[in-house]
Design a protein around this ligand. Structure first.
Ligand code: BT5
Length: 328
C-alpha cells in the first residue's frame, strides 16, 4: 500500500537535506532524531520509493543526492498562511483519487480543512463519471474536507468560490488572465487549465460535509496531454512561459480560498458576487446550457446569490443551477 510520509521520514529527509555534502551514519541520525536504527532503515526505503536518491556507503552512512519536488506535509505546514485549510495534510506519491480518499476520511470524522494532495492520480475524476488526467509532477491535484453549516442547496456555490480563488492565485503568480467558467472550470484564453469537483454528503436540510477537489495543470507542455484533450486544455506554463512552483500555487490558493470560504459560511455568496462576475468568462456571451435533458440558449447575464447562471432567453430570464455550458 502506498502511503503518506510519516513524521520520522520527514524529519530524516530534513536532516539529509541539511547535510547534503557529507554522509550521515545510522548512529549519527539515531542520536540526532532519537530514532531506532530499524526505523531509520525503513524510512530510507520509503524515501527511495518516493524517488529521493539516497546514496549509501558501508561504514559511512547515507547521503541525499537528488530530491524531487513533492508537496510534503511538513513543508506545506511551514509555509501555510491559513487558520483552517491545510492544518491537517496528507500527501501521496500516487493515489486513485484525492476526492475518493477525502470522502472516506470525512465519513470517518476527519476535521474540517483536512487537505489531501497527490503527485499523481491514477483514477482522477471529473463530474458525472468523467475522468481527470493527473500525471505525476505536472499538476496540483488536491482535495479539501469542508464542513460548512449551510443548507445543501447552497453548497454548490462553493464550486464557484474555489474557482475564484484559483483564478486569482494563478493570476497573482503567473500574470496570465485566468478566468472562471461557470460552474466549475478555470480557463486561460478559452482553454481549461483547472477544474473543480464538489462532492457532497447531505441530508434534506443539512450538509454533513463537502469534498472540494481541485485540479490544476501547472507545468505541462503541449505534448504532455493526451491527443483527445489537447485542443481544449492548457497549463500555466504553456500560457505564461513560467515554471510556477506547485507549492507556491497551493499556498496562495489556500490563503485566498480560506478568506472566501469563511465569508461564504457566514454571509453566503453575495459578498463574492462582484469578483465572481469580474472573473467570469461567460457573462455577456451567447451560450447554450445543457442540464439533464433540457437545453437553454441565450445571453449569460448574471451569476446570482445562489450561484446560478442567469440567462436571458427568448422566453424570459432563467436561472440555471448546474449544467454544461458552451459559448455559441
Ligand atoms: C472537472 O470535471 O473539471 C473537475 C475536475 C476535478 C479534478 C480534481 S483533481 C483532485 C480531485 N480528485 C479527483 O479525483 N478529482 C479532483 P468536468 O467538468 O467533468 O471535466 C472533466 C473533463 O475535463 C474531461 O471529460 C476532459 O474532457 C477534461 N479534462 C480531463 N483532464 C483534464 C485536465 N488535466 N485538464 C483539463 N481538462 C481535462
Amino acid at each position: 500500500m502506498i502511503r503518506t510520509l510519516k513524521t520520522a521520514e520527514e524529519e530524516l529527509l530534513a536532516l539529509l537535506q541539511k547535510n547534503r555534502r557529507s554522509f550521515l551514519s545510522t548512529k549519527q541520525i539515531s542520536n540526532k532524531l532519537g530514532l531506532h536504527p530499524y526505523v531509520i532503515y525503513q524510512a530510507i526505503r520509503e524515501l527511495r520509493r518516493w524517488d529521493f536518491k539516497i546514496e549509501s556507503e558501508k561504514g559511512k552512512g547515507y547521503r541525499l543526492t537528488q530530491a524531487p519536488e513533492f508537496l510534503l506535509p511538513g513543508e506545506i505546514k511551514k509555509k501555510l498562511k491559513t487558520k483552517v485549510l491545510g492544518r491537517e495534510v496528507l500527501s501521496y506519491r500516487t493515489i486513485g483519487s484525492t476526492n475518493a480518499l477525502g470522502f472516506r476520511l470525512a465519513e470517518g470524522g476527519a476535521p474540517e480543512g483536512t487537505l489531501i494532495v497527490a503527485d499523481e492520480q491514477t483514477k482522477g475524476r471529473g463530474r458525472m463519471g468523467r475522468s481527470w488526467y493527473s500525471p505525476p509532477k505536472l499538476g496540483l491535484w488536491m482535495s479539501l474536507i469542508l464542513r460548512p453549516e449551510v443548507p445543501p442547496f447552497s453548497a454548490p456555490g462553493l464550486s464557484i468560490c474555489a474557482g475564484l480563488a484559483l483564478a486569482r492565485a494563478i493570476r497573482d503568480l503567473s500574470g496570465v488572465d485566468a478566468r472562471i467558467k461557470w460552474p466549475n472550470d478555470c480557463l486561460i484564453d478559452g482553454r481549461k487549465v483547472g477544474g473543480i469537483l464538489l462532492e457532497l454528503s447531505a441530508e434534506l436540510d443539512r450538509t454533513n460535509f463537502v469534498i472540494a477537489g481541485i485540479g490544476v495543470n501547472v507545468s505541462h507542455q503541449a505534448g504532455d496531454f493526451p491527443k483527445r484533450l489537447s485542443a481544449k486544455v492548457t497549463s500555466i506554463r504553456m500560457e505564461s512561459g513560467k515554471e510556477i512552483s506547485r507549492m507556491a500555487l497551493l499556498i496562495s490558493f489556500l490563503k485566498r480560498f480560506e478568506a472566501i470560504y469563511l465569508n461564504f459560511k457566514k454571509n453566503g455568496l453575495a459578498p463574492q458576487r462582484r469578483l465572481i462576475k469580474k472573473f467570469s468568462s461567460l457573462l455577456g456571451k451567447q451560450v447554450a446550457v445543457k442540464f439533464g435533458k433540457e437545453r437553454i440558449e441565450g445571453l449569460a447575464q448574471d451569476i446570482d446569490d445562489n450561484g446560478s447562471l442567469v440567462i436571458k432567453t427568448k422566453k424570459g430570464q432563467r436561472a440555471v443551477r448546474a449544467g454544461e455550458v458552451a459559448v455559441l
